[in-house]
Design a binder for this molecule. Structure first.
Ligand SMILES: Cc1cc2nc3c(=O)[nH]c(=O)nc-3n(C[C@H](O)[C@H](O)[C@H](O)COP(=O)(O)OP(=O)(O)OC[C@H]3O[C@@H](n4cnc5c(N)ncnc54)[C@H](O)[C@@H]3O)c2cc1C
Length: 446
């Protein structure tokens, strides 16, 4: 605690002394696609787990979920929502409104947080929880560091078992979406649409003993999860809990497969997206994994990504998560696959929230289906044009997109989607106006 307090005091001093708008210096493996400034307030000392109790953990924001889960699992405990990339941090998950396959039960990660410690724009430290500074507590979710510096988080923990038993079932896309939009009891629920016609529903349950063959991902050349799903679409298998939680890290879903492809190389060299030079993600053969698997964890891929200038990277891939209200999920899915022709597509049901998390994509008193579209689109539009078109179209369906990706809203549209009156009042009340950039400037202009 002493070290934590000293680090917080150092940051407080820097915030007080700083003139102009504050940024946070870049973490090489940031899971947010935009490149961040190299200089800025250094949060890299805030990486400690402060305490783990029976029902909660108290951590600094830079703790990665991989480290947190390693420690909590020793005590048979887990955060209720664990984003799937090993380098996502607890603070990043609050600021970026993270979700995962338990979100049908628990909502987004921020819904499982109990209390935040926040350094405000005037250097003051405050606590925020549902009972204390509740407006700040909820406002921070999805605010991308534009309301204050998060310096610690108290989050809920739940009981965990050693293994996750997964049953997978191949379904038509229509049945798959019907299934995913119904309330489900299982611990983990997700779907992967493999092509225009069909996909796989994956249902996970915690178990003390494996009841099916164990699928391991403990070597860099191990099969990727997507490969297991494609090759065994009607199969029950089991994973250790930690390997399940980070099952999509290896290859960053399936994006790692694009790394050495000819279309990627040409797009990189020519600096443009060429529709004819598109490819579908292929699942990686063992020789590919043996040769290149070591560089295909999500953390390494992000380090490479953040070295590519924006004008090139924004044309390389289409990477977006769109939240569709369940009532519109079929329509959104059909429309988006016609527009992008990208497969596979990750589908994840999420419980909505009525608490004022004004920037969170699950804001709204209903359930959503997250449609994760990652790949090279086949479209006559450039990738930025297509992104701009679809980010506007999702709002016509009553949904939103996650803001970690490249974002192209014009000012007027942005104000229609997000309650800026509420946001501006928060910025004024908590001294953020002169200290931190406005969210629009941070996510759209960067
Ligand atoms: C291909 C792809 C797929 C993705 N899929 C998913 C998914 O399935 N589920 C999911 O949940 N997410 C997904 N994400 C997004 C990811 O969860 C978010 O981008 C998340 O915010 C990243 O966490 P991070 O620790 O890397 O945060 P960073 O990128 O380091 O930071 C995120 C933002 O928070 C701010 N910030 C960080 N720390 C602090 C702090 N202490 N105080 C104030 N502000 C701070 C940063 O300035 C930045 O604006 C995906 C991203 C990609 C690229």
């Amino acid at each position: 605690m002493q070290t934590h307090n000293t680090t917080v005091e150092e940051i407080q001093k820097k915030v007080r002394m700083h003139s102009g708008l504050l940024h946070f210096s870049s973490k090489a493996s940031s899971n947010t696609l935009r490149n961040r400034p190299k200089d800025g307030i250094d949060l890299s000392k805030l990486t400690n787990i402060l305490e783990i109790g029976q029902e909660w953990a108290y951590v600094e924001p830079g703790v990665t979920f991989a480290n947190l889960c390693t420690e909590t699992l020793k005590q048979g405990l887990l955060p209720p929502v664990v984003p799937e990339f090993m380098t996502i941090t607890v603070g990043g998950a609050v600021m970026g409104a993270a979700l995962e396959s338990s979100s049908h039960r628990f909502g987004q990660f921020s819904d499982t947080c109990l209390e935040y410690e926040v350094i405000l724009g005037n250097g003051e430290v405050v606590q925020a929880s549902p009972d204390n500074n509740a407006d700040l507590f909820y406002g921070l979710s999805g605010s991308y560091g534009t309301l204050g510096v998060l310096s610690s988080i108290k989050l809920r923990l739940i009981k965990a078992e050693k293994y996750i038993q997964i049953s997978s079932q191949k379904l038509s896309n229509k049945d798959l979406i019907d299934f995913l939009t119904q309330p489900q009891e299982a611990d983990f629920v997700e779907g992967i649409a493999l092509n225009r016609e069909s996909g796989v529903a994956l249902i996970g349950k915690m178990t003390a003993e494996p009841k099916s063959p164990l699928f391991r991902q403990n070597r860099y050349w191990s099969s990727w999860y997507i490969q297991q799903v494609i090759e065994n679409p009607n199969f029950n298998f089991c994973m250790t809990t930690k390997e399940y939680l980070f099952r999509l890290d290896r290859g960053a879903f399936w994006m790692g497969q694009y790394t050495l492809s000819i279309p990627t190389m040409l797009r990189l060299l020519l600096h443009i997206g060429i529709p004819k030079l598109s490819m579908q993600a292929l699942y990686p053969k063992s020789i590919f994994r043996l040769l290149f698997g070591w560089m295909l964890s999500s953390g390494r891929l992000y380090k490479i990504w953040h070295r590519v200038p924006k004008k090139i990277s924004e044309n390389l891939f289409f990477v977006h998560d769109f939240y569709a209200p369940v009532a519109k999920a079929h329509e959104v899915f059909t429309h988006f696959i016609e527009q992008t022709e990208i497969f596979p597509i990750w589908l994840c049901p999420v419980k909505g929230t009525s608490s004022p998390q004004i920037f969170a994509p699950h804001f709204g008193n209903e359930r959503f289906l997250n449609i994760g579209v990652y790949g090279m689109p086949k479209s006559s539009l450039s990738t930025p044009e297509l992104s701009a078109k679809l980010e506007n179209e999702i709002t016509l369906f009553g949904g939103r997109k996650m803001l970690y990706s490249y974002t192209y809203y014009d000012r007027e549209n942005f104000s229609k989607i997000y309650d800026e009156t509420h946001y501006d009042a928060l910025r004024q009340k908590f001294f953020a106006e002169k200290a931190f950039p406005h969210i629009y400037n941070k996510i759209v202009m960067c």
